[in-house]
Design a protein around this ligand. Structure first.
Ligand SMILES: O=P(O)(O)O[C@H]1O[C@H](CO)[C@@H](O)[C@H]1O
Ligand SMILES: O=c1cc[nH]c(=O)[nH]1
Length: 251
C-alpha cells in the first residue's frame, strides 16, 4: 500500500495530474458540480479533497486553508503523490481602483511578504508562475469572456497588523494589483519542486473598502463575488485541459 501523506491524508493511488487549490474547504462544494464522477477523498484539518473528471482529464480539488504555511504543506504533499500542475483559485482584495468585485486577477508574480516562502529560500528568488500554465489561464479567461487583469499580487500573513493601510498603500503605489495570503508560497514551493503552478484570484474587496464587511458578504454568497468564483473555477479547469493538449499527454 502506498504511503499516506500526514496532512492531506492522500496517497499515490488517489492522485490526479491536475489540482485546483482553493483556500476555503467550502469552495469544494461549488467546484464539484463542474466535474463528473466526483469522489470525495479526505478531510483532515483544513485539507479537504475530491477528485473527478473534466472534459476527459482527471482533476483533484484540495483546499489549502489560510496562509502560506498550510499552502506549502499542500504543495509538498501533493507533489509527493504525483500531482504535476496546480492552480490556486483564491479570493483577494484589490489594491488598485477600477478592479471591481468579481473581477479576476491572474498573477504573473507575487510580492513575498509571507513567512513560509522566506523559510524556503532567499527573498531574491522570484515568486512566479509556470509560464505555460499562466498563458493557458489567460487564454481560457479570454475564451470564456471573463473580466480579468494580469499583474503582480502581494501575499501576506495577517490582516490585522497596526499599519495595514500604510502597507497596502505602499504596494498599491508600486502597481501591485491585489493581495492574498498563499500565492507567493505556492509559486516558490512549486518553483523549487518542479511543479507547474499558477494563481487566479476573485476580487472580494475593492481597494479602500471594508475588508471584514466584504469577506462576510462573500461567504454569505453575494452575487458578483459568487460569479467571479464560478468564472475562476471554469477558467482554471479549461487551462488544465489546454495544457494537457499542449503536452500531448506528457503530464
Ligand atoms: O478565499 P481564499 O482562497 O482562502 O483566499 C483568501 O481568503 C483568506 C482570507 O480571508 C486567505 O486565505 C486569502 O488568501
Ligand atoms: O483583502 C483581502 C481579501 C481577501 N484576502 C486577502 O488576503 N486580502
Amino acid at each position: 500500500m502506498s504511503e499516506i501523506m500526514p496532512h492531506i491524508k492522500l496517497s499515490l493511488n488517489q492522485a490526479a495530474p491536475f489540482a485546483l487549490l482553493p483556500g476555503d474547504p467550502k469552495r469544494l462544494e461549488r467546484i464539484a458540480p463542474y466535474l463528473e464522477d466526483v469522489e470525495e477523498l479526505a478531510f483532515n484539518r483544513e485539507f479537504k479533497s475530491l477528485r473527478g473528471s473534466f472534459h476527459g482529464i482527471q482533476v483533484m480539488a484540495v483546499s489549502t486553508g489560510i496562509g502560506g504555511a498550510s499552502a506549502a504543506i499542500a504543495v509538498e504533499e501533493l507533489h509527493r503523490i504525483g500531482v504535476k500542475a496546480m492552480i490556486r483559485i483564491g479570493s483577494c482584495g484589490a489594491l488598485k481602483k477600477g478592479i471591481h468585485l468579481g473581477d479576476l486577477i491572474i498573477a504573473n508574480g507575487a510580492v513575498r511578504n509571507d513567512g513560509a516562502s522566506a523559510s524556503y529560500v532567499d527573498l531574491a528568488y522570484p515568486a512566479v508562475p509556470d509560464p505555460e500554465l499562466f498563458v493557458a489561464l489567460m487564454e481560457s479567461a479570454r475564451e470564456l469572456g471573463s473580466v480579468f487583469h494580469t499583474g503582480i499580487v502581494r501575499s501576506h500573513d495577517s490582516f490585522y497588523i497596526d499599519d495595514e493601510k500604510e502597507v497596502c498603500d505602499y504596494w498599491s503605489k508600486r502597481g501591485v494589483l491585489g493581495s492574498d495570503m498563499e500565492t507567493s508560497a505556492l509559486f516558490v514551493a512549486g518553483g523549487l519542486r518542479g511543479v507547474k503552478t499558477a494563481s487566479i484570484l476573485n476580487t472580494v474587496v475593492q481597494y479602500e473598502e471594508s475588508l471584514e464587511e466584504n469577506i462576510n458578504l462573500y461567504t454569505d454568497g453575494e452575487s458578483a463575488m459568487m460569479r467571479g468564483e464560478q468564472t475562476e473555477i471554469l477558467t482554471a479547469l479549461h487551462a488544465f485541459v489546454r495544457i494537457s493538449q499542449n503536452q500531448e499527454g506528457r503530464i
